[in-house]
Write a protein that binds this ligand. Sequence first.
Ligand code: XIL
Length: 320
Amino acid sequence: QSPKSTLKDMPFKFGASVSAELLRTNSSYKALVIKEYSSLTAENAMKFWALHPLENTYNWKDADEIVALAQANGKRMHGHTLNWYEVPEWVTNFSGDTQAWENLLKTHIQTVVTHFKGKVSSWDVVNEAIDENGGYKNTIWVQKLGTDYIARAFQYAHQADPSALLFYNDYGHDYNPVKRTAILNLVNGLKQRGIPIHGIGLQLHTRYNQPDEDITSAITSAAATGLLVHISELDMTVNPQSDANLTFTATLAEQQAAKYKFIVKTYYAIPKAQQFGITTWNVTDGDSWIPGTYSRPDWPLPFDANYKRKPAYQGILDGV
Ligand code: XIL
């Protein structure tokens, strides 16, 4: 085992989701991103509402900036996401027949994939299509096009860039076995039909006290598909009970580090050829989406708000 000095020295790609705004305005953040990661995902800049805010308007600026930073620094760029239920208002209000909706789906996917062709080498094609009971989420896409739009989304992406690696991305693999089974059935079904799907993204927004067995089940069952496995949005709440007065103690920090280590170790045990990499969702506790989204104090990431490495960082290094 050779000494590791940054996350770039991990034996698989290690990335983070990043904010175009923070990269522009915060030099400490930018320096840390350049120093540590071998892969980047845009936190928001490649979502439908960001890239395609109006029917005939595409806004590439933020995404292009992130892609340029990745290219200039030799980092892989992973695309997130071509299809999701969160859409801009013009899509919600779009009045067209089935053919017009199909065209909207296809045109968006192919315009975006073509724009980034040769720069973005992999995509989350469909994000979060399965609900907590193992059925399909009742999204606007399912309402307008039926559930098999998922297969066609992969085909459209593949047509636009045959060399891009295409992923189905979702959450809940760790804590919801019913949902996990439904996701694996979906993915296996697509694969068996010859639909161009190459990988499965496990978001893994997990908890510091999620039992190890659940983490193992999530990772090994995904690997059993034979597809690439991307831990695509890793973060770890230490405050799942949403205690407004919680402080981040040394004990919590060590428990968190141990769970990060276990995740990395378990991931590293799947076949090497399937290890697409691990991506954390955000960079530091200061830019994590969790405190704002769930209105609570939390410390989910391997760096603290002052850009310092936490015990979780060492846990990641020690996992391999
Ligand atoms: C989140 C971003 O982090 C937030 O900034 C935004 O307000 C909402 O979306 N699953 C996903 C990500 O696939 O796209 C989400 O990102 C987090 C959950």
